[in-house]
Design a protein around this ligand. Structure first.
Ligand SMILES: Nc1ncnc2c1ncn2[C@@H]1O[C@H](COP(=O)(O)OP(=O)(O)OP(=O)(O)O)[C@@H](O)[C@H]1O
Ligand SMILES: [Mg+2]
Length: 246
């Protein structure tokens, strides 16, 4: 369980201090996947940096399973928009990088092999990132995150650079693997569609400084043929209205 209570973050710019997050409170039950949506500059990435232990200056209380955030004891996987792959390492070494940093030298074991297979990149192990398509690179980044078996998975608009078809494939694939592992996940997106497809809860941030506008229990989560359902369209409208009004 992640508990965030009255989290505020200021950045010190040259002549001003910028309030990025304004008293954000939020509980994320263990094993849940929440999507976080809000306008540009609403503090979504900042929120992830706090959970990742990268942004250490903040006011308020943030705990994971009752303990303060500590990247040394908690495994936090983060997937960024630019994939974060190292160009001079092949797929095998990029995929094992997260767990290597945590636990020392690694060979592929049954579990990592299984993940690579599920993501359909087990035949590309000797390739380098420049020899992969965008969707394949994204899958290597996802493999890396799952292989390290994180306590918490943070995703910052990971699919936004992909074309629409690849993006929908990646969303489905991600959800498939997520279901088998139930990793607690915070997924940041600009897309109403993605928020509805991937989030068991949807958290809506206001424009800057980011406040929680609404937390919605998503009735569309894991619905068959979601995009063909009336409820999807009514939820989509509801979300757009919240975002427009702000
Ligand atoms: N290092 C920094 N110094 C000063 N201000 C910053 C810094 N980083 C971010 N900000 C400001 O903090 C606010 C939140 O930024 P953040 O990157 O968290 O927003 P975001 O919701 O992720 O936006 P986007 O959707 O565009 O990625 C913005 O107003 C931004 O200008
Ligand atoms: Mg951002």
């Amino acid at each position: 369980m992640i508990q965030v209570s009255n989290l505020s973050v200021w950045y010190q710019a040259i002549n001003e201090s910028v309030l990025a997050l304004d008293r954000v409170s939020l509980d994320i039950p263990r094993g849940d996947i929440i999507t976080l949506i809000g306008p540009s500059g609403s503090g979504k990435s900042t929120f992830l940096y706090v959970l990742a232990g990268i942004q250490r200056k903040y006011a308020g209380i943030v705990t994971i399973d009752g303990r303060p955030i500590n990247p040394k004891t908690q495994r936090v996987g983060m997937i960024l928009q630019n994939y974060g792959l190292l160009p001079w390492k092949n797929v095998r070494d990029n995929a094992l990088l997260g767990i290597k940093i945590k636990s020392g030298p690694q060979e592929l074991n049954d579990y990592s092999h299984y993940i690579l297979q599920q993501l359909d990149i087990d035949t590309l192990l000797d390739r380098y990132p420049k020899e992969l398509s965008g969707g394949q690179r994204q899958r290597v980044a996802i493999a890396r995150a799952f292989i390290m078996k994180p306590d918490l998975l943070l995703m910052d608009e990971p699919f936004s650079a992909l074309d629409a078809i690849t993006r929908e494939e990646m969303q489905a694939l991600f959800l498939h693997i997520w279901k088998q592992n139930s990793v607690t996940t915070v997924f940041v997106t600009h897309s109403v569609d993605e928020a509805l497809y991937l989030g068991s809860k949807i958290v809506v941030f206001s424009s800057s400084p980011g406040r929680v506008l609404e937390i919605i229990d998503n009735p569309c989560f894991q619905m068959e043929d979601l995009r063909l359902q009336d409820q999807y369209h009514s939820m989509s409208m509801r979300l757009r209205k919240i975002l427009i009004k702000d």
